[in-house]
Design a protein around this ligand. Structure first.
Ligand code: NI
Length: 140
């Protein structure tokens, strides 16, 4: 039996909560409740994967920083070299005279990727940092 076969199930919820859900669906542009629920379930599954230390995950670390900050470029390079097996690509954008935006694509065990991401984002001079996780395979 294909696991892509659609199964129907009933969901009960308070009227007020359902109204808010329908408003959200409209705002986000979903065709129907089913598609919105599927995305919520996928999000929850990816989030759970991310919490399991040994799970393989892929994703990207986005960091925004001032390249004039002393030692920062050196520290960014050292941390990325220490994780050379997990870093798939790094793209650097010179946003203006001082600021840089860097996107680092990574793949590895959740615990290693989390540690890598935390190290980069917490560096002095990094003004904003965000990690986004992606599933490694389709969750259909
Ligand atoms: Ni730059």
């Amino acid at each position: 039996m294909s696991n892509k076969q659609l199964k129907r199930f009933g969901v009960s919820m308070e009227e007020g909560l359902l109204q808010k859900f329908d408003q959200l669906i409209k705002k986000k542009g979903y065709e129907n409740r089913s598609e919105a629920v599927r995305d919520l379930v996928r999000d929850a599954l990816v989030k759970q994967t991310w919490e399991d230390d040994e799970q393989m995950v892929a994703g990207s670390v986005l960091i925004f920083y001032d390249h004039h900050q002393s030692d920062l470029l050196q520290e960014l390079t050292v941390i990325q070299h220490e994780m050379h097996d997990q870093v798939l690509a790094t793209t650097h954008f010179h946003i203006d005279h001082s600021n840089c935006l860097e996107i680092i694509v990574v793949k590895g065990k959740a615990k290693d990727i989390r540690s890598f991401s935390d190290q980069l984002i917490s560096l002095k001079g990094v003004k904003y940092g965000k990690f986004t996780v992606s599933p490694l395979q389709s969750m259909d």
